[in-house]
Every structure is written in C-alpha cells, then in structure tokens.
Write a protein that binds this ligand. Structure first.
Ligand code: ZN
Length: 346
C-alpha cells in the first residue's frame, strides 16, 4: 500500500497493511527545510520544499502543507506579526464591531490572503512525491475563521447579542472556504484537515455550536465536489463535541487531543469506533516535544493497542499542530512504531 491508499483505507475503516501516521507538521516544515517561518508562510515553493524535507526526515503518511491562522484571515484585512522562528501571529483583527461582519467579502483563494501559498505547495509536493504521501492542508471552518478575524471573546458575545450580524459573516466565510477547499483539491490534495476547533464545551455549548458551527460545517462539506469522505475534522479543546462531529457526512476522521481532553482514545473507540476513524494517540504537548524517542515508541505502542486492536479505523497522530521545536527523530519514531506495532490485516 502507498500512503494515499493506506490513509484512504483507514478513513473508510477498511483493512490496512499498517496504521497510517499523520505528523501534524505545519510550521515545522520551515525548520525542516532550513527556512524562516516568514518566507515559508509567504511562498508556496518554499512551503513545498519545507514539507518535502519534513517528509524525508520523518516518513509520515500525511503531510499538512499549512503555515498559520492568517492564510485566510489576512485576506479579510487581519494584520500579521512575523517573528523569527515563530509561527506568524494574528496581530490586529479586522472585525472590531458587529457591523463589520457585514463588510467582509467572499475571497478569491488564488488572489486574496495567503491561500495561494498552500495551493501552490500542494501542487509542488504532489509533483515531487506522487502517491508516496497523502496531502491534507489545514483549513479553518467558518466559526473558527470568525475567531481569526475577531477576538474570540467578542465572537462569543456576538453569538449572544448580535447573532444576525455574525450569521452574515459566517455565510461569507462559508462561501470563501468552499472555494478554497476546491482549489486545494484541484491542486492535488486528498482532502483537508478541516478545523472545527470551536466545537468544544469550554468555548461553545452544544446548542450554540449547532447553530453557529455545525450548520456551516455541513454546508461546506456537503458542497464539495468530492464526497468520498477523505477529510479529517480537527477539534482543539478539552471538551470536544464529539457526538456532533462524528455525525458529519464527507468527513470520515476526527483528530483531537485524546491525551488532554475529557475523551480518551479508549472511550472514543468504544463509543464512536464503528462510525468514524480516530486520529490521535500521541501527546504533542509533552511526550513528543519533551521526551526521547523511546517514550514516543511506548506511547505509540499503547495508543495502537487501545485504538487499533481490530486493525482498522485509526491514524496515529499528535492531537494538534506540533511545535516547530519538536525533535524530528521523535516524529520519525511514530512511523517506526506504526511499522513495529501497527500491522493491519486482522
Ligand atoms: Zn488544534
């Protein structure tokens, strides 16, 4: 099996030769390729080179050519701050008052913001690596994007006080995100890592997420030309609304922080294992960045036992983007552990 077949099989909970591995390596591509984070975030060729370097040094099955939260947001007027070796940061938001939601416009992914960087990187990586790797760039959902153009606290206030204005903004962002994903797919991606990061109890109630999140997520996912489910949802936070997300169509996997949230891999396997592919098992905040390869091997082995005992329906992965300072040999160890302990065919 090549990486694309392996990932597709895992996402459809079919048999695999071994458990696939996702590196969740975004900005670390700059480090792997010896580039500054600023040039990596602004040039698709450089992003491609960085991603290819990351792949060569780790051998992961899924690459996520992505730089930062501003790739779309900058198109809506958000100002960025670039600092050496750090992921570019959102510096000045575009939506400062509720009426600003109505002023957002639908963006052209080839022209506005820095979406073109990822689109170009996908094209280039595919040209160079062919089927050796699955490509799934990070794309924020409409509600997540709302919190990239406006303070999160203000978005939460608008949910309560200015829902109509916020809905107008979410609609504009939905149209933009659909166009962005289509452009990414046309460039040769296998799917996207679709970030539903605000679907977590410490940020939204289930009811709020259904109205301001799920509604638009479903619109995005159901509008895409490709409906084979090769998209992975990504949720941050400690109380993921897993029940809502596991019911989505056209997204067959969920990545979440299984080692830091209130839902363990073991419990997720029991409750949702027959519905959706589980993408996790490795703690990016501790083991992967702070410890040695041996600890990573043990953690991977344990995760595989809990989530992959039946030989299907899991991708070994960190629970969120890995820090650019993560030792690459630790990421490589995830792949080695997958080969050692994650044989499929059961
Ligand atoms: Zn995250």
């Amino acid at each position: 099996m090549n990486s694309r077949d392996r990932v597709y099989a895992a996402l459809t909970r079919g048999p695999v030769d071994r458990i696939p591995v996702c590196g969740m390596g975004w900005t670390i591509g700059a480090v792997a390729g010896g580039f500054s984070t600023k040039e990596y975030a602004q040039d698709g060729n450089i992003m491609a080179k960085g991603q290819i370097a990351f792949w060569k040094k780790t051998g992961v099955d899924i690459l996520n050519p992505t730089s930062d939260m501003g790739q779309l947001a900058e198109g809506w007027g958000v100002k960025m701050r670039y600092e050496a070796d750090l992921t570019p940061m959102l510096d000045e938001f575009a939506v400062k008052e509720p009426s600003d939601w109505e002023k957002l416009r639908v963006l052209d992914p080839l022209v506005d913001g820095r979406m073109h960087v990822t689109i170009e990187a996908v094209k280039k990586v595919r040209e160079h690596l062919g089927d050796k790797v699955a490509l799934m760039p990070y794309v924020p959902s409409p509600l997540t994007s709302a919190t990239h153009v406006c303070y999160m606290e203000q978005v939460m206030m608008d949910i309560l006080l200015n829902p109509d204005a916020l809905h107008i903004g979410l609609k504009t962002m939905t149209e933009t995100i659909i166009a962005y994903i289509e452009a990414i797919m046309d460039a040769g991606a296998d799917g996207v890592l679709y970030a539903t990061t605000r679907a977590s109890g410490e940020i939204t109630t289930e009811e709020q997420y259904r109205e301001f999140g799920e509604k638009y997520d479903r619109l995005v996912l159901s509008s895409l030309k490709r409906q084979d489910g090769t998209n992975i949802l990504h949720v941050c936070g400690v109380e993921p609304h897993f029940g809502i997300l596991a019911g989505y169509t056209n997204a067959n996997g969920i990545n979440w922080w299984d080692r830091g949230s209130n839902l363990s891999l073991e419990e997720a396997k029991k409750k949702f294992g027959d519905k959706i592919c589980l993408v996790g098992g490795i703690d990016q905040t501790t083991t992967l960045i702070l410890e040695g390869a041996e600890a990573v091997e043990q953690e991977a082995k344990e995760a595989i036992e809990k989530g992959f005992a039946d030989g299907r329906g899991m991708i070994l992965s960190p629970g969120c983007e890995i820090s650019p300072n993560t030792p690459l040999e630790n990421v490589k160890m995830m792949v080695k552990a997958a080969e050692l302990y994650g044989k499929g065919g059961r």
